[in-house]
Design a binder for this molecule. Structure first.
Ligand SMILES: Cc1cc2nc3c(=O)[nH]c(=O)nc-3n(C[C@H](O)[C@H](O)[C@H](O)COP(=O)(O)OP(=O)(O)OC[C@H]3O[C@@H](n4cnc5c(N)ncnc54)[C@H](O)[C@@H]3O)c2cc1C
Length: 380
């Protein structure tokens, strides 16, 4: 066993942290104000190769491992979760179906520019009446000659307002529950596809989220990922564990940001003739933050290692999402308390961390669903 990050991993982690400090942090206030990502920054992240980290070199990627990907997301999330959420979408859920199941033509036309940050991809699974229970989606994909026709509504779709292409979950067999789902590629501008409503949120406000409608959207049969009906179920399952581990990495980043803010403030703020950090009650809060961050790290890095080893990891991936994200929400809450009234001040950082932490509780599966998975893996 080796509990150390390799020199390559450490150097990479440092370079991402440096990029975030120099290029992301100074732009947060404007992105929060405008509730929109800085597209120039997004393009720059692509140009620097971050979106291609987990893809092979032949598509412009860097062939990085899952641990590197986790470290990168952790650093982006430590800086700004809105951006980290969009980065994860672009690197993983938004592009992975094209990479795994797309035609060469689709990869060259969409994946390669997405890796460069010139096109934006996203995933559309959730519907107004079906989130955790994906088997209950009602978006239909009906075969018509050499094409499929998609009809339905998707909601809470990250980057939908700006996306050039969508990986969309639709039922080819409405009677087969989760197993009746297939994944389809739908490109912006396809007749019948519309962004119907932008969703205003309490947190991750610069990671835009919207509802889309599909009204008789016609796509060629080549846009069915996997090439044959019934393959969406396996394709989704193959991706879910990676999404969970990587969402856990976002949790570590946010928790570290909350801890850093709280630690700094506790050494600056005085009450009753002492720095508040001298009070054991405050020290215990900080110690609890630290304990959870260390535990989160080892769960997420272990999860990433299991992904790299291509080992079964349903339980470990669920834990690697559950604990770090719950802990991130707790750290953000504690940071606002340590800041006292300033914890509510919009000019201070803790309120943003608190608001943003809520996203981590849903994206990638809710805590209840993750506990269901863990219990099932325990034989219950
Ligand atoms: C900011 C943000 C961005 C998102 N981006 C995307 C995106 O890009 N694409 C996309 O497809 N989706 C996206 N989502 C949606 C996300 O995947 C869903 O929120 C998530 O799957 C949960 O579904 P739901 O919100 O409909 O909750 P529901 O499934 O309606 O759950 C409601 C409550 O019931 C509980 N519950 C449900 N089933 C069970 C059960 N069996 N046992 C115990 N408790 C249960 C849940 O845990 C939860 O507390 C995003 C969400 C957010 C907040």
């Amino acid at each position: 066993m080796d509990f150390q990050l390799s020199p390559e991993h450490l150097a990479f982690q440092e370079s991402v942290a440096d990029f975030v400090a120099r290029e992301v942090t100074p732009r947060i206030a404007v992105m929060e104000e405008q509730q929109a990502l800085d597209l120039e920054l997004f393009h720059r992240i692509g140009a620097l190769g971050y979106f291609g980290l987990r893809y092979p070199e032949e598509y412009g990627g860097a062939n990085g491992d899952a641990l590197m990907f986790a470290l990168m997301l952790e650093e982006f999330a430590r800086g700004y979760l809105s951006l980290a959420a969009a980065v994860m979408m672009q690197c993983l859920m938004g592009t992975t179906f094209i990479f795994r199941y797309g035609t060469q033509e689709q990869k060259q036309r969409l994946l390669v520019p997405a890796i460069r940050g010139e096109k934006i991809g996203t995933i559309a699974m959730t519907e107004p009446n079906a989130g955790s229970d994906l088997g209950a989606i009602t978006t239909r994909a009906t075969r018509d000659g050499d094409a499929y026709v998609l009809t339905g509504t998707k909601t809470f779709i990250t980057s939908a307002t700006r996306a050039d292409f969508f990986s969309i979950a639709a039922k080819t067999n409405p009677d087969a529950g989760f197993k009746g789902i297939d994944m389809f590629l739908v490109e912006k501008g396809t007749p019948g596809l519309a962004v119907s409503k932008k969703i205003l949120k309490v947190g991750v406000v610069a990671s835009e989220t919207a509802e889309i409608t599909l009204d008789g959207v016609r796509v060629p049969k080549e846009n069915l990922f996997g090439g044959k009906e019934g393959s969406g179920f396996g394709a989704l399952r193959a991706t879910l564990n990676e999404i969970r581990v990587m969402t856990g990495a976002l949790g570590i980043g946010l928790a570290r940001a909350a801890r850093d803010e709280a630690l700094r403030y506790s050494q600056e703020r005085s009450a009753f003739g002492h720095k508040i950090g001298d009070f054991q009650a405050i020290q215990h809060k900080l110690a609890d933050m630290e304990v959870g961050i260390e535990v989160s790290r080892w769960m997420v890095y272990y999860g990433a290692w299991l992904l790299d080893q291509k080992r079964a990891c349903n339980k470990e991936a669920a834990i690697a999402k559950l604990f770090p994200t719950e802990h991130a929400a707790k750290c953000a809450d504690e940071a606002t308390r340590i800041f006292g009234a300033y914890g509510m001040a919009m000019e201070m950082t803790p309120q943003r961390l608190y608001r943003d932490s809520r996203f981590l509780l849903y994206g990638g599966g809710t805590g209840e669903l993750l506990k269901n998975i863990i219990a099932k893996e325990m034989g219950m």
